[in-house]
Design a protein around this ligand. Structure first.
Ligand code: SF4
Ligand code: F3S
Length: 112
């Protein structure tokens, strides 16, 4: 198994998760992060760090799309291990439905 980041992260992107990961397996897109499924050691340490509960074990139902998306973009986007400030409007997107369709960006983030 692995943990993955799902659409709840999109535009919230608080980045509280990155510094606790013992194997540095978060990768940064323009408006969300993903986890590299082959690098994640399933420790679960990042899960309680995310204030919006965007990190899930891939054993939960209906996460195949997100497993594929995490795997795809973790191989494209830059690695991130140091937290930066979230977007200024991060809080405005907490609990917003349909964020993938409305806001997902395939563009890479800055990385470290
Ligand atoms: Fe990193 Fe552990 Fe979270 Fe996987 S579960 S992304 S290894 S902190
Ligand atoms: Fe996203 Fe949560 Fe990390 S909002 S950036 S998965 S702390």
């Amino acid at each position: 198994m692995t943990y993955i980041v799902n659409e709840i992260c999109i535009k919230c992107k608080t980045m509280d998760c990155v510094e606790v990961c013992p194997v540095d397996c978060f990768y940064e897109g323009d408006n969300m992060l993903v986890i590299h499924p082959d690098e994640c050691i399933d420790c679960g340490v990042c899960v309680p760090e995310c204030p919006v509960d965007a990190i899930k074990p891939d054993t939960e139902p209906d996460l195949e799309k997100w497993l594929e998306l995490n795997a795809k973009y973790a191989s494209i986007w830059p690695n991130i291990t140091i937290k930066r400030d979230p977007p200024a409007d991060s809080d405005d997107y907490i609990g917003v439905e349909g964020k993938f369709e409305k806001y997902f960006s395939a563009e890479p983030g800055e990385g470290d």
